[in-house]
Design a protein. Structure first.
Length: 161
C-alpha cells in the first residue's frame, strides 16, 4: 500500500512521520490541526496552583521542524491563541469533566474550595478568561505528483473498429 494516498488529514492526533512518507504519493499532502501544548494554562493553574501547569512544547514551529526533518515541505503553518471566557462556574465543571486530561483527577468534591473561589471571581469580574493554543500545518511529500494515466494505454470504446 505504499504511495496510495494524495491526502491525509489529521485532527488532534499523533502521527508517525515515516508512515506518512510511506503512505503518501509524491506530491501528496498532509494536513493537521492540533491543540498546542500551551493552551488553557490559566485554568489548570487555577486548580493546581500557580506554576504547576506542565506545558508541553508542542507548537506549529516544533511540528513543522519535525515534518521538515522527515523530508516534507511545509506549505502552510498557522498558529492562533483564541480566548474563551467562562461566565458560570457550572460551565467550568462541565468542561473539565468533558476534558479530563486537563486537570487530572478533577471532581467537584476534590476542588470544592477552588470552585467556590472561581465562582466568586466570575461574579466579581464578569467571567474567567483562558487562552488556548491551536495550529494548522499543511505539508507536501516532495516529488512530482504522478500522472494518473501513466502506464495506462488509451481507453478504446468497444464501438471503435
Amino acid at each position: 500500500m505504499d504511495g496510495q494516498f494524495d491526502l491525509i488529514i489529521n485532527r488532534h492526533d499523533c502521527w508517525d512521520d515515516r508512515e506518512l512518507g510511506r503512505l503518501l504519493r509524491n506530491g501528496g499532502r498532509f494536513i493537521t490541526q492540533q491543540c498546542g501544548g500551551y493552551g488553557e494554562l490559566e485554568l489548570v493553574e487555577w486548580f493546581l496552583g500557580q506554576g504547576n501547569a506542565q506545558a508541553m512544547d508542542w507548537t506549529a514551529e516544533v511540528a513543522s521542524r519535525r515534518l521538515q526533518e522527515a523530508g516534507f515541505v511545509i506549505t502552510d503553518a498557522q498558529e492562533t491563541y483564541p480566548q474563551s471566557t467562562f461566565a458560570h462556574v457550572g460551565a467550568v465543571v462541565y468542561y473539565l469533566r468533558a476534558i479530563p486530561w486537563l486537570v487530572q483527577g478533577f471532581s467537584v468534591a476534590k476542588y470544592r474550595d477552588r470552585l467556590l473561589a472561581l465562582h466568586e471571581h466570575i461574579q466579581e469580574h464578569g467571567g474567567f478568561t483562558v487562552t488556548d493554543q491551536q495550529f494548522l500545518i499543511e505539508a507536501v511529500k516532495p516529488g512530482a505528483a504522478p500522472n494518473p494515466r501513466d502506464g495506462l494505454s488509451p481507453r478504446r470504446s468497444h464501438l471503435q473498429p
